[in-house]
Design a protein around this ligand. Structure first.
Ligand SMILES: C[S@@+](CC[C@H](N)C(=O)[O-])C[C@H]1O[C@@H](n2cnc3c(N)ncnc32)[C@H](O)[C@@H]1O
Length: 259
């Protein structure tokens, strides 16, 4: 058997339980080929065999494929808007705010939310933050709550001193903040989105998906929001026609569910 790239992609999708055809093909191909080079794998047949038989390779394949870059308060202007405009509205309206950080990576994003709510004196019983990612490995890192300087470079030094303790070159998050996040594995391509969310963050993951899949996911995210709930996207992830998804653009990367 000599597999071409597309045959490999479809077979590998079954082995790793991620539909690779939903991702932008050029990027998938580039990343798979670079991993094969690194492991001295000559063809797709061999690569598939390795995926099936070598657990360590499968792990490397998955982490090479999912880019986990994140940081606390990524795109500060948007987080300022969240803290000053969105959270106060939600706090006034709801007894308990339901928040979902989808594709949360190493936890910097959901922990940023918990820090902000603490700064706004919102009691833990008045909010719930669910944080999900497809990558179990990164979720394990997230649960540890230990970060490098790079992760906190956008954070005000007062906040760093208040919420992190420093050990050697690591920043250890306050356990009180850590406890406020409920992490779980979730695949945006096939798992259920739930309903009644007041705020969903789905940031810097659309860039990897095809246009059709991005469209489908946007509709599902919108449907999962409560009326007047917010969808908070990444800085470069604009919706050209938000009304198509029953969303109104409110500010920069914030969209509000209109019905
Ligand atoms: C660049 S990180 C974004 C992290 C964070 N949202 C931020 O903006 O800083 C992209 C994340 O998307 C996750 N991801 C990729 N495909 C996914 C899928 N199908 N379902 C859920 N998460 C996925 C990756 O594992 C990775 O952690």
């Amino acid at each position: 058997m000599t597999l071409d790239f597309y045959q490999f992609r479809d077979k590998a999708s079954k082995d790793i339980d991620i539909d690779l055809s939903s991702y932008k093909m050029k990027r998938v191909k580039r990343r798979i080929n670079s991993l094969m080079d690194r492991h001295n794998i000559k063809d797709y047949d061999h690569c598939l065999e390795m995926l099936k038989t070598d657990r360590e390779f499968k792990k490397a394949f998955l982490s090479h494929f999912t880019i986990n870059t994140s940081e606390f308060f990524r795109n500060p202007k948007n987080f300022k808007y969240l803290q000053e405009e969105v959270f106060p509205k939600l706090i006034n309206k709801k007894k308990k705010i339901k928040i979902w950080s989808a594709a949360c990576s190493d936890g910097s994003e959901p922990y940023t939310l918990a820090i902000m709510l603490n700064e706004l004196n919102v009691k833990p019983r008045n909010f719930e933050i669910q944080a999900t990612d497809i990558d179990n490995e990164i979720l394990r890192t997230a649960k540890k709550g230990i970060y490098n300087e790079n992760s906190i470079k956008k954070v005000d030094s007062k906040i760093v001193n208040k919420y992190f303790s420093k050990k050697d070159d690591k920043y250890i998050l306050d356990p009180k903040i850590k406890r406020r996040i409920n992490f779980k594995q979730h695949n945006l391509l096939k798992d259920s989105y739930g309903s009644g969310w007041d705020l969903i963050l789905c940031r810097n993951v659309f860039i990897y998906f095809t246009k059709e899949i991005k469209d489908e996911i946007t509709q599902k995210l919108s449907n999962a929001l409560d009326k007047d709930g917010y969808l908070f996207l990444g800085n470069t992830e604009y919706l050209l026609n938000p009304s198509k998804y029953d969303l109104d653009k409110e500010f920069a990367s914030f969209y509000k569910r209109s019905k």
